[in-house]
Design a protein around this ligand. Structure first.
Ligand SMILES: C=CC1=C(C)c2cc3[nH]c(cc4nc(cc5[nH]c(cc1n2)c(C)c5CCC(=O)O)C(CCC(=O)O)=C4C)c(C)c3C=C
Ligand SMILES: [Fe+2]
Ligand SMILES: [Fe+2]
Length: 347
């Protein structure tokens, strides 16, 4: 009997049309784990302001990144990762891919696994660092769908993998395509989060957002902190590449709305670097395992333009993990438990 593996990434519109982008934004932003405000306020904000006004602007950005043959980069690379994983795992496993929002839908992917008669399901949310808005939301939705099944199969979920040696090696391997001596400084730009969501990961209120820099390092007391996990990924990748602490900065991008998000904001850091006469930046985007709108468009185009406006010259985005064989190996380890893996390599 086969084991089911479900890879889950965030989601993307079905097409870059205004209609499909609005549909995607509405589903995504109505998730209470993403916009965590009172239901009526969320409805008014999302349906009344963000979807109507941001929809056309986002659709234009999606048109810019849409590939003629492959469509959404996020979906294209996720499909390739599914294929690599299925090849690595062999015929004992059935590997499905789903998006938390839009398609391929979680409903269909889970139903496919059920119909194929798998014995168990292992869900792999494809987010290196834990956030309630991403990994948490995937887990919550899968549980909601599976609890309706007549026979509830054994289901396991993998968690954050921000410090996994294969993740670090996979990012470092991608960076080796760019010469470090061609760049004055390295930026690790992570997707941002509202500060209040960071603080929710610290129910005792002892750690997150308590004093400047408290989320810049990780320990047992703040191991679920998204920002601390991001800082740890950056430090590990920098160490792997021999980049000294003086040569890199961590920042957070994609702020939405007026609330305070995790600092420092990407634009503030970019302005500061330009003012300090940094001319050539190399930018990693290690909260994403595939290139997507937030890497290709926001970093590769918008931040490049912004950096130049502020006096900088070049900003080079390090390609996402995309087709990385090392990342496919990491997914393989996540898919099978370590004991099984060591038996497989000893066989
Ligand atoms: C690391 C993963 C992500 C976190 C954490 C996250 C939080 C988060 N995002 C928004 C709002 C938007 N995000 C958008 C796009 C987008 N976000 C992620 C990942 C995370 N988001 C990805 C991979 C993408 C790109 C998808 C693609 O199709 O390429 C967008 C839509 C694009 C736009 O209009 O700019 C919005 C809006 C919030 C509010 C949030 C915090 C909880
Ligand atoms: Fe996002
Ligand atoms: Fe924290």
């Amino acid at each position: 009997m086969a084991k089911g593996i479900l890879l889950v990434n965030l989601g993307t519109p079905d097409s870059p049309s205004v209609r499909d982008v609005r549909k995607y934004l509405a589903e995504f932003l109505m998730d209470p784990r993403v916009i965590d405000i009172a239901p009526l306020a969320r409805l008014l904000l999302v349906r009344g302001i963000i979807v109507p006004f941001r929809g056309p602007r986002s659709a234009k950005l999606y048109r810019d990144i849409w590939d003629q043959d492959h469509g959404s980069p996020l979906l294209h690379w996720s499909r390739l990762q599914q294929k690599q994983l299925a090849e690595n795992l062999g015929s004992e496993y059935v590997v499905e891919l789903a998006m938390r929002y839009q398609n391929p839908s979680l409903e269909n992917a889970l139903e496919n696994l059920r119909r194929k008669g798998v014995d168990s399901i292992r869900v792999i949310p494809m987010f290196p660092q834990y956030a309630s808005a991403t990994t948490g939301s995937v887990i919550a939705r899968v549980m909601e769908l599976i609890r309706r099944w007549p026979v509830i199969l054994p289901v396991t979920f993998t968690g954050a993998f921000y410090d996994h040696p294969l993740l670090v090696k996979a990012f470092a391997a991608k960076a080796r395509a760019y010469r470090q001596e061609d760049h004055d400084h390295v930026l690790f730009s992570f997707h941002g989060l509202p500060l209040r969501q960071l603080q929710q990961a610290d129910p005792q209120g002892h750690h997150c957002g308590q004093k400047p820099g408290c989320c810049n390092s990780i320990g047992p007391e703040n191991k679920h902190c998204y920002a601390a996990q991001c800082h740890r990924t950056a430090a590990l990748v920098a160490a792997e590449l021999g980049i000294p602490a003086s040569k890199y900065t961590v920042c957070f991008q994609s702020r939405l709305g007026k609330a305070e998000w995790i600092r420092p904001y990407a634009t503030t850091v970019i302005s500061g670097l330009a003012a300090a006469r940094t001319e050539r930046l190399l930018v990693f985007s290690p909260s994403f395992v595939t290139d997507c709108l937030e890497t290709i468009e926001e970093i590769g185009k918008e931040y490049l333009e912004y950096f130049r406006k502020e006096g900088g010259k070049e900003l080079q985005l390090v390609e996402g993990l995309n087709d990385s064989a090392l990342f496919a190996d990491l997914l393989t380890l996540l898919a099978i438990d370590q004991a099984e893996f060591s038996m497989a390599i000893w066989a």
